[in-house]
Design a protein. Structure first.
Length: 79
Protein backbone atom coordinates (compact mmCIF):
# COMPACT_ATOMS: atom_id res chain seq x y z
CA UNK A 1 0.00 0.00 0.00
CA UNK A 2 2.75 2.42 0.94
CA UNK A 3 4.68 1.58 -2.23
CA UNK A 4 1.62 2.48 -4.30
CA UNK A 5 1.31 5.82 -2.52
CA UNK A 6 4.99 6.58 -3.13
CA UNK A 7 4.57 5.63 -6.78
CA UNK A 8 1.56 7.93 -7.05
CA UNK A 9 3.52 10.77 -5.43
CA UNK A 10 6.32 10.20 -7.94
CA UNK A 11 3.83 10.44 -10.81
CA UNK A 12 2.31 13.64 -9.45
CA UNK A 13 5.70 15.28 -9.00
CA UNK A 14 6.81 14.21 -12.48
CA UNK A 15 3.78 15.90 -14.07
CA UNK A 16 4.20 19.24 -12.27
CA UNK A 17 6.10 22.12 -13.80
CA UNK A 18 9.81 22.03 -12.94
CA UNK A 19 10.75 23.83 -9.75
CA UNK A 20 13.84 23.60 -7.56
CA UNK A 21 13.80 20.34 -5.64
CA UNK A 22 10.97 18.68 -7.55
CA UNK A 23 13.22 16.20 -9.36
CA UNK A 24 15.01 15.26 -6.14
CA UNK A 25 11.71 14.77 -4.32
CA UNK A 26 10.37 12.56 -7.10
CA UNK A 27 13.57 10.51 -7.02
CA UNK A 28 13.28 10.03 -3.26
CA UNK A 29 9.64 8.94 -3.55
CA UNK A 30 10.54 6.50 -6.33
CA UNK A 31 13.34 5.04 -4.22
CA UNK A 32 10.96 4.81 -1.27
CA UNK A 33 8.50 2.84 -3.40
CA UNK A 34 11.20 0.34 -4.35
CA UNK A 35 12.34 0.11 -0.72
CA UNK A 36 8.76 -0.61 0.40
CA UNK A 37 8.53 -3.41 -2.14
CA UNK A 38 11.84 -4.84 -0.90
CA UNK A 39 10.58 -4.70 2.68
CA UNK A 40 7.35 -6.43 1.69
CA UNK A 41 9.38 -9.16 -0.02
CA UNK A 42 11.42 -9.58 3.14
CA UNK A 43 8.29 -9.90 5.29
CA UNK A 44 6.68 -12.35 2.87
CA UNK A 45 9.70 -14.64 2.79
CA UNK A 46 11.56 -15.88 5.85
CA UNK A 47 15.17 -16.33 6.87
CA UNK A 48 17.95 -14.72 4.80
CA UNK A 49 15.87 -12.96 2.16
CA UNK A 50 16.66 -9.46 3.41
CA UNK A 51 19.97 -9.49 1.56
CA UNK A 52 18.27 -10.64 -1.64
CA UNK A 53 15.55 -8.00 -1.32
CA UNK A 54 18.05 -5.21 -0.74
CA UNK A 55 20.13 -6.43 -3.66
CA UNK A 56 17.08 -6.36 -5.94
CA UNK A 57 16.51 -2.70 -5.06
CA UNK A 58 19.40 -1.58 -7.28
CA UNK A 59 18.01 -3.00 -10.56
CA UNK A 60 14.59 -1.63 -9.60
CA UNK A 61 15.96 1.86 -9.10
CA UNK A 62 17.97 1.57 -12.32
CA UNK A 63 14.82 0.54 -14.22
CA UNK A 64 12.92 3.54 -12.87
CA UNK A 65 15.80 5.83 -13.88
CA UNK A 66 15.38 4.54 -17.45
CA UNK A 67 11.63 5.26 -17.36
CA UNK A 68 11.80 8.69 -15.72
CA UNK A 69 14.53 11.27 -16.36
CA UNK A 70 15.39 11.87 -12.71
CA UNK A 71 19.13 12.52 -12.36
CA UNK A 72 19.21 11.80 -8.63
CA UNK A 73 18.14 8.19 -9.16
CA UNK A 74 21.51 7.18 -10.60
CA UNK A 75 23.35 8.41 -7.51
CA UNK A 76 20.79 6.71 -5.23
CA UNK A 77 21.25 3.41 -7.05
CA UNK A 78 25.02 3.69 -6.69
CA UNK A 79 24.91 4.12 -2.92
Amino acid sequence: MLAALYGYATELLSKRPPRPGTAASAALFATGAVACLALALTFALDKGWLTVALTLMVPGIAWISEQRPLPALRSLAAR
